[in-house]
Design a protein around this ligand. Structure first.
Ligand code: NAP
Ligand code: GDP
Length: 327
């Protein structure tokens, strides 16, 4: 019998599949490798809809997790967030409440829930850090998703104060990598633009980037993020969140992202910006000082290499990737 059962909700998505990859491939003895006595369980919505309390309870009764990395969420890029604010608020509040309460009822030892830098106030001094989550309203483009995610931090504190629970959270910046959602409209910028550039090359049509290309983002490769989650699971026991990110000096503009995709895809056709479409938040630089001081350093994969690997993965797996296009 396993000493610890680590249940990863959303285990088949971008971040969940990256954690599975690291657990399956890191050498024994590595800080991020699988340890003796551990059983890792990666679940998708097919094993239970976590917005439903009864199905969530059943999942916890089935696996009896000692630890949970809670990733499952309704996730989407800027344009999907702008369109479905209530759905993002409601679905994510239900999922988070069901997971945290089932973990509490079944005496799960530890839960790390995944937030996002969208939770931070729109008007606040930069860089963002772990103390600034509740200092003002989030950007209006994603206020449904942001408020649902903020509530997890509120719940974590309340569970700790009332019951002494070891519930905490992670705050990643924008993530990308293999197994992302590469749909054309609902996805995040990197997977969306990789798919658009792929089609532009294949069909000899223009590659059109939404917005002005000027906004800045901090991107983290999913395989790096996976290691940071594994570190947080094993080595961090405090209710306050930790920002999981590259350095605040590593912001990249959307134009630089599009340029890097054009290069990695070896695309030579017409390339334009549709400035009638929204830019969203201009920037949201986050500090990784807390993370690095606790971990004692971490080597991030350079952005260009991670992007090239992701483009290569997408091209090689086009027929099975989540593209929203039926094969
Ligand atoms: P993703 O690729 O869209 O995967 C979402 C996962 O959640 C899938 O396994 C999905 O299962 C599961 N899920 C969704 N609704 C569910 C439900 N009602 N019941 C059970 N499972 C459900 O998302 P991701 O990008 O890996 O995101 C993981 C976490 O990181 C999320 O909490 C997200 O908010 C956070 N995050 C993501 C980013 C980013 O840039 N992607 C940035 C910051 C934070 P099915 O496949 O079966 O639907
Ligand atoms: P955000 O960080 O939550 O805003 O997430 P996104 O990953 O959706 O990035 C949004 C930024 O990328 C905005 O400045 C958009 O205008 C820009 N962008 C350019 N093309 C695309 C695209 O095809 N999809 C998305 N989601 N954003 C795009």
């Amino acid at each position: 019998m396993a000493d610890s059962v680590i249940l990863v909700t959303g285990g088949t998505g971008l971040v969940g599949s990256a954690i599975k990859h690291i657990i399956d491939t890191e050498p024994a003895g590595s800080r991020f490798g699988k340890r003796a006595g551990e059983r890792w369980v990666f679940v998708s919505s097919q094993e239970g809809d976590l917005s439903d309390p009864a199905q969530t309870k059943k999942l916890f009764e089935k696996y009896k997790p000692t630890h949970v990395i809670h990733l499952a969420a309704l996730v989407g890029g800027l344009f999907k967030n702008m369109k479905y604010k209530l759905t993002f608020l409601r679905d994510n509040m239900l999922i988070n409440d069901n997971v945290l309460h089932s973990a509490h009822l079944t005496q799960t030892k530890k839960v790390i829930s995944c937030l996002s830098t969208c939770v931070f106030p729109d008007k606040v001094t930069y860089p963002l850090d772990e103390t600034k989550i509740h200092l003002g309203l989030p950007h209006e483009s994603n206020f449904g998703y942001a408020h649902a995610k903020r509530m997890v931090d509120v719940q974590n504190h309340a569970y700790k104060d009332q019951f002494g629970s070891n519930f905490t959270s992670a705050i990643p910046t924008n993530v990308f990598g293999p197994n992302d959602n590469f749909e054309l409209e609902g996805s995040h910028v990197i997977p969306g633009l990789i798919h658009k550039c792929y089609l532009a090359k294949k069909n000899s049509t223009p590659f059109v980037v939404s917005g002005t290309g000027k906004p800045l983002r901090q991107f983290i490769y999913s395989y790096d993020l996976a290691k940071l989650f594994i570190w947080q699971l094993r080595e961090y026991d405090d209710v306050e969140p930790v920002i999981l990110s590259v350095g605040e000096d590593e912001e990249v503009s959307i134009k630089e992202v599009a340029d890097a995709i054009v290069q990695a895809m070896d695309f030579h056709g017409e390339y334009t910006f549709d400035t009638t479409r929204a830019d969203g938040q201009f920037r949201k630089p986050a500090s990784n000082k807390k993370l690095l001081s606790l971990m004692g350093g971490f080597e991030f994969t350079p952005f260009d290499k991670a992007l090239k690997d992701t483009v290569k993965w997408f091209v090689e797996n086009y027929n099975t990737a989540r593209t929203g296009v039926k094969a």
